[in-house]
Write a protein that binds this ligand. Sequence first.
Ligand code: GAP
Length: 505
Amino acid sequence: MQNQEDQLKQIIAHAKEYGFIYPSSEIYDGLSATYDYGPLGVELKNLIKDYWWKSMVQMQENIVGLDAAIFMHPKTWEASGHTTAFNDPMIDNKDSKKRYRADVLIEDWAAKIEEKINKEVDKAKKRFGDDFDEEQFRSTNARVLDRQKKIDAAMDAFKTAMDADDLEAVRQLILDLDIADPVSGSRNWTDVRQFNLMFSTEMGSTAEGASKVYLRPETAQGIFVNFLNVQKTSRMKIPFGIAQIGKAFRNEIIARQFIFRMREFEQMEMQFFVRPGEELEWYEKWKENRMKWHADLGFDSDYYRFHDHVKLAHYANAAADIEFKFPFGFKELEGVHSRTDFDLKQHEEHSGKKLQYFDPELNKSYVPYVIETSIGLDRMFLAVLSASLKQEQLEDGSERVVLKLPAKLSPYQAAILPLVKKDGLPEKAREVFDELKSSFMLQYDEKDSIGKRYRRQDAIGTLLSITLDHQSLEDQTVTVRDRDSMEQSRIAISELHYHIQARLK
Ligand code: GAP
């Protein structure tokens, strides 16, 4: 069994070795929290986008797409609240000169105590064996209760301080909890300050004429400001949705855990516009619909859970995250939010333009309510990669590393492999390759032994390996090896197209 840190390390190494993900500008030692997608990465990313787009746009009569610009009028971000409220509390350590998110320091402190509780539980589990009742132990053991009380008190104090915008109280809490800089061990902290996460730049060529613009921190606002454009030009009737995939930028104070938290990332968002009063019904439908989208990929259901928000943002009247079991624990993968009419109303107010819909059935105009589904493409990539990467013990005692990607997300659907590099087999293999390449993503490989080539294809998740041998020249059949079962079957070349297609379904 690998521990969590090793598992993440293995994923990062695998992603680099096989050309899924590289650190950005690596020859200059990289740029923190920024990554480049390599040849296999871009394929997998496109397949995830395609899976989302098909399900959210192609299969939905009442959802249409949009590709809004990354730059938006600066007033957009005043209306959305991002210029004033899109902040993280940060604190610097005066000795190490390192910057941290105050909330993360406190959460990490809580996680360490949580770890101690879990160790206590594990110890008791071993001691009592089958008779062990974990729930009872957690609710009665004095040491566990005492530790849990400490965590709850600290988290409550943090929440109270943040709600009151009392940053001095947040600093005091860090001091009271005796939190040290994880790098230097120093407790020499600065004040806590709010740090806006939006990146800004200048638009315009002269210093006087230039104005400050932001790189969008979410794609959603491009949808809100285009609500009427899309509704009118596509003749949509409520309920209807607008979907978009695009880049977003956040100057995250701490960016870690690989592509989980990046400074430049992609979102796949959909805003669904509904009649006021019907939003909670639609919220439940979208929660269910989005979980089904995840489940249809075929990973174990244990990987997912809902986290319903108890404390809601000021604009929401219901919200939940779909959390995924990443190598570092359950974390948010997607958000489903009932955002009321907050965003459209804010844009009405700041732009002075009406953003209302005339409902012919009700014979009246109103500002629609919005259900939002928002998933990070890169987070989804990491989720897929971490649930697919397996190390398997084979019957002959050897091991294989295999990327058991869902069939529809496999970058290469098949590899075409001549058994040997002579006797006319490469020529025959090329013929098969050319015949199929307009229908499928294929890889041609004739280097190394067939065993090594199978391993390489397993490692990059190629669904089928098609081997041509001497018999192929005589009877026009090939061996098809399935990545997951490693079973091999003899198939006529003329049947290959159908066979690959069937496997993809
Ligand atoms: N429009 C709503 C919105 O942006 P969010 O919870 O801030 O909500 C939505 O972001 C999703 O975007 C998250 O669930 C996550 O998957 C992804 N995401 C957010 N920040 C990210 C980051 N720094 N790096 C990678 N993905 C991120």
